[in-house]
Structures are given as structure tokens and as C-alpha cells.
Design a protein around this ligand. Structure first.
Ligand code: GDP
Ligand code: GDP
Length: 438
């Protein structure tokens, strides 16, 4: 089930970053071991009571002149309207109601998206509450007073946000068609791949109605089976500022990946694999999605018998955190190997939902332990009692041990490799939790 997306919009200096950090800092849950992924605080996973959501900060660099402020705010509001389920519109009680606030509020109201109006810097409810009421004039509902820096009122605000989360609709539950997100830098060939798949195979294509986010969903039927492709390339935004464009493309990648079962990470063969590719692929890895690495434009490079080997070496090095992902060398231009994509997708889907019985898992673990002694520290040796699979998508295992501290990262990796030797699990990350049993 995909998580709701919540976006923060507001003028410079009202406290967007402070609020973002307050929400992300305490309740954040991020897989830490993704090297190459710099965390520039564009998005965070937040847990509030029993609900989880992805928080995005649409505000990038701060403009310095008044007209630019409004233009930038409109841009941010549009991104929020396009990508979020709920928008937090944040204002500042100290600066008071500003003209640009009203203009953006109008825009948000017209979009029909749920908006939670927040008034920040209400550090003392007693003294400042009277000044909060003027924000009713925005016409987008009750203003909720908070103080982001002293973490006041955040609970009430999150309740108001969560009240707008879509109920898991029966329709969505029943939709068992696999969702495939195509992500990658601009111009790597994402649209070309979709167009080729659509054009070559007399497939049934429909832009699915009710898509709220600005990814374009395309239904493709292959061998009688329906797949939904989520394309992040379809809509392009004109923005001269490079940082803003990059922020926007990351927001779109996060929201598309969130909805997907399998993610196709497209890399440009001519350009080679880059740090930006690593950042994008890391978004899929963090979320435990199925991943296939697509090296596109394979027609456009000079090849000899070592080319594929060299490419693989580079890709494995830059995307070192996902050795489990298969690499495909394709051409959207000629169609080379594209038909094989569906077999690959099916395999990854199967592996994402593979369940291994506890008996078999324990046999493998015992064998692994016999072959390589578990680590020890100060005379105490790690004992592994029991392993069991507790979830799929991604496959998740719990290992019960005598002392968690003794379980070294490299030994978990060793066990993961043994499990992969036995079952493959190609295309999917595996998660491990270590628990103590007294
Ligand atoms: P942004 O530009 O919207 O991201 O705003 P920032 O988060 O950078 O905050 C702008 C300034 O307002 C900083 O100096 C913050 O310390 C301050 N600030 C943020 N939240 C509060 C608050 O709740 N109360 C007060 N008094 N100051 C705050
Ligand atoms: P997107 O921004 O990732 O959707 O990339 P596009 O699909 O718009 O492609 C960007 C450019 O790369 C276009 O000029 C395409 O014609 C070209 N292109 C895409 N795929 C291939 C390919 O397989 N081979 C070659 N030679 N060019 C390609």
C-alpha cells in the first residue's frame, strides 16, 4: 500500500525547514546504509501514531526580491498540488498575513486539494492567539497555531493532516496489476522506452483516470497480463534554476517510486553511470522496492567484446548498495531486448513476494553457522537460535540471537548471501531484524 504524500508550502523564513526537521528528526525512519545518497532534506518518512507518510519540502533556494518570492511560491504550490495528497500551508504570526499568502491560498483553494493552514511562531498561545485569527481571512479553513522551534501544536496539526489521508479504497485494494515506475535523469530515454513498448506491441493504452499525481500512468498489456507504467518524464517544468529543477525531479521520483512495485532505473549508456543515478536508484533501494537497472541507448555506443563487462563493473561500483539488481542493456530506438523486460519484471515481482518456510530457513542458517563461526567479543560468542520470515515486499527476516551487540554487520551480510545462494531473490533487497531471546 502506498503511503500518502504531504507537502509543505510557505513564504521564505516562515519556518518551513524548522517544521520539516521537527517532524523528520524525531520520527524519521531511514535505512542508513545507502552510500552515495546525500540527504538534502527534500523528503523524509514520518510516522505519526499508526500512520506513515512521506513529507516533502517544496521550498528550495530562497529568493531575495518580492516579485521573485511570489513566482517561486506559485511554483512550489504547483509542485505540491501535482504531487501531494495533503498540503501544509505554513504562515508566520510574527510577519502577519501577507499579500503573497493570500495569492497562494487562492491558488491552493482552487486546486481542490486538502490544505491544512498552519500559523507558525506562536511561541506563546496566551499572548499571540489573537493574532492568529486574522488568518481566517485566507478562506482555507481554521488556522492551526504551532511553534515549530519549540514543537508546540504539532500533534493537533498532524491530526488535521491525517484526517485528510485517503482511506484505503476498495478499488485500490482490488487493483492487483503490477505498478512499474520508470525513473532516471532527464533525457536518459524514459519516455522513449514507454513509447516503444506502447508502439510495438499493439498494446492497450489508457491514461488512467483519477491519477492525482503528475506522473502519467499508462496501462500496457503484455501476453495477456496488464501492467501499469508510471512515467515521471511526461510532464516537464520550465525552470531556469538548476537546483529547483533537481529538487522537483527528486520529489517526482519519490512520489512515483512510492506507488510502484518494481522500479526501472534508466541510465544513459552514452553518458555512463553517475552520482545522480546513484541518488535516484537509492530512492528505490531505501523503500525496498524491486529494482531493474536499465542501461539504455545501447545502440549508440561503440562496442567490443569487453564493453558489457566494463559497463557492469562501473554500474556495480557506483550502485554498490544494490548488488541484487539485474542489469539490462537495451535500446529504445531499435527495441533491442525490450521484450525481455516483461519477463524480468515478472521475476522481480515474484521475488518480492517470495516466502520461505521457517524450517528451510533454519536449515540454511545452521549450515551457514557450521561453515563459518559467528563472531565473538571478549570471550562471548554470538549464538543464533532461530530465523523466520515475517514479511514480503521486501522479504523481511527476523533472526533471534543471544546478544544483539555481537551480531556484526558483515555476519548478517554473510547470512544474506547464503539465503541468496539458495533462493536468488534477484531484483529485491532483503531486510533483516536482529532480536534477542533471553
Ligand atoms: P524557511 O525559510 O521557511 O525554511 O524558514 P526556517 O525554518 O529557516 O526559519 C526561519 C527563521 O524562523 C529561523 O530563524 C528560525 O529559527 C525561526 N523560527 C522557525 N520556527 C520558529 C518558531 O516556532 N518560533 C520562532 N520564534 N522562530 C521560529
Ligand atoms: P527522458 O527525458 O528520459 O524521457 O528521455 P527521452 O525519451 O525524451 O529521450 C531523450 C533523447 O534520447 C531523445 O532525443 C531520444 O531520441 C534519445 N533516445 C532515447 N532512447 C534512445 C536509444 O535507445 N538510443 C538512442 N540512440 N537515442 C535514444
Amino acid at each position: 500500500m502506498s503511503k500518502p504524500v504531504v507537502a509543505i508550502v510557505g513564504r521564505p523564513n516562515v519556518g518551513k525547514s524548522t517544521l520539516f526537521n521537527a517532524l523528520a528528526g524525531e520520527m524519521i525512519s531511514i535505512v542508513k546504509d545507502t552510500p552515495g545518497v546525500t540527504r538534502d532534506r527534500i523528503y523524509a518518512e514520518v510516522t505519526w501514531l499508526d500512520r506513515e507518510f512521506t513529507l516533502i519540502d517544496t521550498g528550495g533556494i530562497e529568493p531575495d526580491s518580492k516579485d521573485i518570492i511570489l513566482a517561486q511560491m506559485r511554483e512550489q504550490a504547483q509542485i505540491a498540488i501535482d504531487t501531494a495528497d495533503v498540503i501544509i500551508f505554513i504562515t508566520d504570526v510574527r510577519q502577519g498575513l501577507q499579500d503573497s499568502d493570500s495569492k497562494v491560498a487562492d491558488m491552493l483553494r482552487r486546486s481542490g486539494k486538502p490544505v491544512v493552514l498552519v500559523v507558525n511562531k506562536v511561541d506563546s498561545f496566551q499572548k499571540l492567539m489573537a493574532d492568529v485569527y486574522e488568518f481566517y481571512n485566507l478562506g482555507i479553513g481554521d488556522p492551526i497555531p504551532i511553534s515549530a522551534s519549540s514543537r508546540l501544536g504539532l500533534g493537533d496539526m498532524l491530526d488535521a493532516v491525517a484526517a485528510h489521508f485517503p482511506e484505503h479504497s476498495a478499488e485500490e485494494e482490488e487493483d492487483e496489476r503490477p505498478r512499474i515506475a520508470i525513473v532516471g535523469k532527464p533525457n536518459v530515454g524514459k519516455s522513449s522506452i514507454i513509447n516503444k513498448l506502447v508502439g510495438e506491441n499493439r498494446v492497450i493504452v489508457s491514461n488512467i483516470a483519477g491519477t492525482t499525481r503528475d506522473a502519467i500512468d499508462t496501462e500496457i498489456t503484455w501476453n495477456g497480463k496488464e501492467y501499469v507504467f508510471i512515467d515521471t518524464a511526461g510532464l516537464r517544468r520550465k525552470n531556469k534554476i538548476k537546483e529547483e529543477l533537481e529538487r522537483y525531479s527528486i520529489i517526482r521520483t519519490v512520489t512515483a517510486v512510492e506507488r510502484a512495485d518494481v522500479v526501472l532505473v534508466v541510465i544513459d549508456a552514452v553518458e555512463g553511470v553517475t552520482e545522480q543515478d546513484a541518488k535516484i536508484a537509492g530512492i528505490a533501494h531505501e523503500r525496498g522496492k524491486g529494482v531493474i537497472i536499465i542501461v539504455n541507448k545501447w545502440d549508440a555506443i561503440e562496442k567490443n567484446d569487453k564493453t558489457m563487462y566494463e559497463y557492469e563493473k562501473n554500474v556495480r561500483q557506483v550502485l554498490s548498495y544494490m548488488p541484487y539488481a539485474e542489469i539490462m542493456y537495451v535500446s529504445a530506438k531499435t527495441g533491442q531486448r525490450l521484450p525481455k523486460l516483461f519477463d524480468m519484471i515478472d521475476m522481480v515481482l515474484e521475488n518480492q513476494t517470495l516466502r520461505i518456510s521457517t524450517g528451510v530457513l533454519n536449515e540454511i542458517m545452521m549450515e551457514a553457522v557450521a561453515m563459518q563461526q559467528p563472531p565473538s567479543d571478549k570471550g562471548k560468542r554470538l549464538k543464533l537460535y532461530y530465523i523466520t520470515q515475517v514479511a514480503v515486499k521486501p522479504p523481511t527476516f527476523v533472526i533471534f540471537v543471544n546478544d544483539k551487540e555481537l551480531m556484526h554487520f558483515s555476519y548478517t551480510r554473510y547470512l544474506e548471501n547464503k539465503i541468496r545462494e539458495a533462493f536468488g531473490f534477484k531484483g529485491t533487497s532483503l531486510k533483516f531484524f536482529i532480536r534477542e531471546r533471553k
